[in-house]
Design a binder for this molecule. Sequence first.
Ligand SMILES: Cc1ncc(COP(=O)(O)O)c(C=O)c1O
Length: 428
Amino acid sequence: MTNERNRGLLFGEKLLSEIRDKFYFVDVDGDGSKRLFFENAGGSLRLKSVIDISNELNKYPDCFARDHKSSLILHQYEIQGKEDVRTLLNAKDGAIATSLTASSIMFEMIGPMVAYGNGTNIVTTEIEHPSAYDSCKYYARKYNKELRVAQSDRQTGGLRPEDVLNLIDKETLLLNVIISSNMTGANIDLKTICTEARLINPDIFIVTDAVQHAPHGLIDVNDLKVDGLNIAPYKFYGNRGIAFAYISERVKNLPHHRILEDSTDLWELGSIVPAHYGAISKIVEYISWIGSNYTDSKNKRTLVEEGMKRIRLQEQALLYRLLHGSEKIQGLLSMNGVDTFFDYTDLDNRDLILAMKLDNLGCFETVREYEKRGIIVYERVSSSIYSKRIIESFGLNGIVRVSPLHCNTVDEIDQFLRVTQKILISIK
Ligand SMILES: Cc1ncc(COP(=O)(O)O)c(C=O)c1O
């Protein structure tokens, strides 16, 4: 059953047009040819403001840790960027860590927790990205802990909280659960899992991967009370080359890789890149700007909350259209020859990432057919080490992942549906 609430709400035309103008390559490729980029889960469309500030700040030779004029300017970007990451995640305590990639920051976070936590087992899940799963596995081996793996939910493409909680006991030192699946878009009920896990073991460390969810929904570490959470700006309207993480108050001083004479809660190793901080500030500014179209509040967190809420509603409306189509065009759910695998009755708990497959065409070939017709999507198949465990946990060999963004229009979704119909006809 679908209801009005989970049909989402589109941006007004004027606002959507302003939003689209803020991104590069919304409906064209780099060479100017027409193209739709529905592969944001692999790296998202980028904000022009991010590229501008990055180019600007990267011009400076100055080290941010000096006292002359340009250094002080660069240093100010770092301070502001860190504050903006805190606003984005609602991090009121703890530390903000950085690293080159989301994968490396996951290993950096999990290592000290396993080394210094009390307990004999670690719980992770079948649907984790390899960076989180393998961090757990690596440190379980290193410190002689048992690794327990919660099964995926084949109905939703996510996880049932009870399947995770059943594995936790008083000896569980670390729990690792992703916020939403990067293959299926299913949101995980992390709040319930965190709350119940702490009732079983109040000292448990909880780490979550928010890389894929961050561009689609609000993050609140203060509410979740997790010990570690990572995001990657390149999946979040920004650049490759940096990942940020929140590290909780009780974890921030655990021994970790750092310059030993520097402060014990510093989770940055070496010279920082001011451009990355300027860029994350632009992402937060953008979300706040969307929020400012709906609220008069001047409070930055309130603006972020409102902005993410509106992004989510727009994406929900696009997902609804993708699934249900309109009077003029069939949606994927009712298109003969298309398999959508999972249950889409509850769109409140889904990000704008859809797993599908054409009945009579392989995933790789399907992706090529879309590309020929000007649409970029991506196959996630069991021959890839990044997909195998996750995809097979759903009893599948592969899916085609379709991941538009809030800056897409209903017309573009319809274009995707029309192209899907054309491909189906061509392979009959
Ligand atoms: C959910 C999730 N976590 C972590 C990562 C790792 O990101 P990176 O390759 O930048 O380390 C990805 C990348 O695809 C991802 O989708």
